[in-house]
Ligand binder design. Structure first.
Ligand code: ZN
Length: 431
């Protein structure tokens, strides 16, 4: 029998005052923090001052989250260019070099300043909401090299909660399993696919995942977590797995609680969902780009465009936290296409496919016919279906439901949609 877990992992908060603050008060709190960081960044970050000046703005023009719309968005891709012109941080840093502890390098390359004392709250809030408690011993299997995630963000956040970290880093599955076993580690930090590797390898080694290992909680990030994989792993290990979302530049932007109904936005960030073309805020319920602002004085990014798509909800969560939630990461902005004036994105294609277990592969082809956009869903089925007409009609109804647009279904033979084919293939030409 696996040992009973004596800890209450499902209730409580890391920062109760902040996490359960009434929505109106939260807005006041965030607006006040926003004014503070705008003043600070204008004075200390040359890149931010330039951005404000070029838009004809002064710090006093930014009083509320709504006012953020006036500030141009800094795109991640743009950061690379700006850093080349003004190395190493493009002028986005908020302190002189000698006040830093580390410099991190993310693919791009993008350089990030690392502060003396790690102050970010988000990841720690996420770990706590996901069931991590003081006294947990956790393997940290994210990469410790170059990038800030494992060493800076995850390690410090475990420490903040009162957990002990084992800096195992990436790979060496068999060795990680020995470590889990001998140290009776209760926590896992890493990607869902690596946890799956551990499960498969441990079973191969003849271990009983529940009896021989002692995992109770998993903090996963950096990859999509399909529900089927989550429940499989939770069941195999007898553990709780919760996911988080963020970027190396700006840190945590969302974390799941026990209720698993989206990712709460941490209290040290402002997240806007914007129209990727105009940069205007879309509010809750609409799909748009995640644009974030942090209160971090070392690296005060304001209106940082992540390039990721999501929808935000402000509906109350039964966990008691009052922060809005990102419902799901729906793909990348550069994969979005506009059809008859509406955005179509890969997340919608996935949603449609998830409604029909018969579907093996689907690709949307957008074409132009007689000056009109046409959307065709090329679908490969897992097995032949007798009444394709009926299924075609059902799927076409679902398309209208998911996309708010009409689309035609075309069943194609297996193997027609090649591996690595774009989910949305835009064949329109504009003259
Ligand atoms: Zn919640």
């Amino acid at each position: 029998m696996p040992k009973q877990d004596p800890m209450d992992r499902s209730s409580g908060y890391l920062k109760k005052n902040l996490e359960t603050i009434p929505q109106k008060k939260r807005l006041e709190y965030l607006n006040q923090k926003l004014r503070g960081i705008i003043q600070y960044a204008y004075k200390h970050s040359i890149a931010f001052k330039n951005k404000m000046d070029s838009a004809g703005l002064k710090p006093k023009d930014i009083q509320t989250i709504k006012d953020l719309e006036k500030i141009p968005i800094t795109k991640k891709a743009g950061l690379v260019e700006l850093q080349k012109k003004n190395p190493p941080f493009g002028g986005f840093e908020g302190v002189p070099m000698n006040e830093l502890r580390r410099i991190f390098i993310s693919p791009g390359p993008i350089f990030e300043p690392g502060e003396m004392e790690y102050v970010e709250l988000g990841w720690a809030q996420g770990m706590y909401a996901g069931g991590f408690r003081p006294g947990d011993i956790a393997i940290n299997t994210f990469s410790y090299h170059m990038v800030p995630f494992a060493l800076h963000m995850v390690d410090n956040s475990l420490h903040r909660i009162g957990c002990v970290s084992i800096p195992t880093g990436v790979g060496n599955t068999e060795q990680q399993i020995h470590i889990l076993k001998h140290l009776k580690a209760t926590g896992f930090c890493g990607t869902p696919s690596f946890l799956l590797n551990i499960a498969e390898k441990a079973e191969e080694m003849g271990l009983d995942l529940k009896k021989d290992l002692n995992l109770k909680v998993g903090f996963v990030a950096a990859e999509m977590l399909p529900e089927s994989l989550r429940s499989k792993l939770e069941e195999k290990f007898g553990m709780i797995i919760r996911q988080t979302y963020g970027t190396a530049d700006i840190g945590c932007l969302g974390y799941e609680c026990m209720k698993k109904n989206g990712m709460h936005i941490p209290d040290d960030k402002i997240v806007e969902i914007v129209d990727p073309e105009t940069g205007k805020q879309l509010g809750s319920g609409k799909t748009g780009e995640i644009v974030a602002t942090t209160f971090n004085k070392i690296y005060p990014l304001v209106r940082f465009g992540t390039g990721d798509l999501s929808i935000v909800t402000e509906a109350p969560c039964h966990c008691g936290r009052t922060s809005p939630r990102l419902l799901k990461i729906l793909g990348r902005v550069d994969q979005v296409t506009k059809v008859r004036g509406l955005f179509v994105h890969p997340g919608q294609v996935d949603e449609l496919a998830s409604r029909y277990p018969q579907i093996a592969k689907v690709q949307v082809v957008v074409a132009r016919k007689e000056q009109k956009d046409e959307m065709t869903f090329r679908i490969e089925l897992k097995e032949e279906v007798l009444q394709t007409e009926k299924l075609k009609e059902e799927i076409e109804n679902s398309i209208r439901d998911v996309m708010k647009l009409r689309g035609d279904v075309q069943f194609t033979p297996k193997g027609t949609i090649t591996e690595g084919a774009k989910k949305i293939e835009d064949q329109r030409t504009w003259e």
